[in-house]
Design a protein. Structure first.
Length: 357
């Protein structure tokens, strides 16, 4: 991938990029497609995908993999291809904004390598799970893959945006023996780096203002997810370790106070700017036996919020980032279906694992 500064000069080409994005988005799987897939076996899912826009990846990987592995690796490769295409289309400031956002896949790859090392997975298996859509160079990825321990992987990331957060989280990792602290550190490093350097005073409907509106919403939804996990768990957890700065829903002190009272937390959310989008999700939270049902409703609400911004400002970066989220949703849903069918789950059980609109 090109570096962030390669194309930061010249005019943005919003109309061209958004026309391409709309075309790509129209070809994404819909809820009816997912309802068909949940009733297929893994081999049928693979054949179905060979007749869609995943054909190239399925054919390229079919000699090396089969079943759910083939589906997963094809999904990852296709996702990277789509977002590489997206960057190829973008010029000027639009390129900068999109490239910054796609660093989320650097965070994905950091977490993937760390999880693989922690579980003792083979290098080839870890590599196949990577999504090469971020800003890491091939050399950086190779260095990560060459690490032989979690400690060594963190050392490899010295000099990157992940260094400070991961280094600080190593003590918690060593004390707890779990990866939660490191995974949260990677996400926090991404979002806080993404928002750093952005102007404080910017017009709401300017390109940068709309970008910030979108990002702050995503940070709020991430903080909300973590707050509810802490509140529902009842565990003695310091909320500050899970808080990401840059959102507007609450600050660290408010989050610390609200996680101790689930009713107050829910009421705070209902009264917020996201109350309308989250009404159904909050109703599900009250009725759900497991938090996962609410989290899927939360993911749907985030997509709806992104789409609302895109519809309000159709010729803006919001339309592009909304497409990125929608493509991620497609990949996550197909992966969940393939894994569920391999595990012997029934259609209704699998549908509960999907983010449906």
């Amino acid at each position: 991938m090109n570096t962030l500064t390669d194309q930061n000069q010249g005019a943005s080409n919003y109309e061209y990029v958004i026309a391409r994005v709309r075309s790509r988005r129209a070809s994404l799987f819909g809820d009816d497609d997912y309802r068909k897939l949940v009733r297929m076996g893994t081999s049928e899912i693979a054949r179905f995908m060979e007749e869609t826009e995943y054909e190239t990846e399925m054919n390229a990987l079919g000699s090396r993999h089969s079943g759910v592995d083939l589906v997963e690796y094809a999904l990852n490769r296709n996702l990277a291809k789509h977002f590489d295409d997206l960057l190829e289309w973008c010029d000027g400031r639009l390129y900068d904004l999109v490239a910054r956002y796609l660093r989320k896949f650097d965070a994905w790859n950091v977490k993937t390598v760390i999880r693989g090392l922690y579980s003792g997975a083979d290098r080839e298996d870890i590599e196949d799970d990577l999504i090469r859509a971020g800003e890491f160079s091939d050399n950086q990825v190779e260095q990560l893959l060459a690490a032989e321990s979690v400690d060594e992987a963190v050392e490899v990331l010295s000099g990157t945006m992940f260094e400070d957060e991961l280094t600080a989280a190593m003590e918690d990792y060593e004390d707890s023996g779990t990866l939660v602290a490191l995974e949260n550190a990677a996400d926090r490093a991404f979002y806080e780096t993404l928002l750093s350097g952005m102007p404080d005073n910017v017009e709401n409907d300017s390109p940068t203002g709309l970008y910030l509106e979108f990002l702050r919403g995503e940070v709020d939804f991430r903080n909300l997810r973590n707050a509810l996990r802490i509140a529902r768990s009842g565990a003695d957890i310091d909320p500050a370790e899970y808080f990401i700065t840059g959102g507007r829903l609450f600050d660290a002190a408010e989050m610390n106070q609200l996680v101790g009272n689930l009713d107050q937390l829910v009421e705070h959310i209902r009264q917020s700017t996201y109350g309308e989008e989250l009404d159904d999700a909050l109703n599900q939270l009250a009725e759900a036996d497991a938090l996962i049902e609410f989290e899927h409703a939360l993911d749907s609400a985030l997509l709806e919020y992104a789409d609302r911004l895109a519809n309000r400002y159709p010729m803006s970066v919001c339309s592009v980032l909304s497409y990125v989220l929608a493509k991620e949703r497609e990949v996550d849903n197909i992966r969940a279906i393939a894994r569920g069918r391999e595990a012997g789950l029934g259609p209704d059980e699998i549908e509960q694992e999907l983010v449906m609109l």
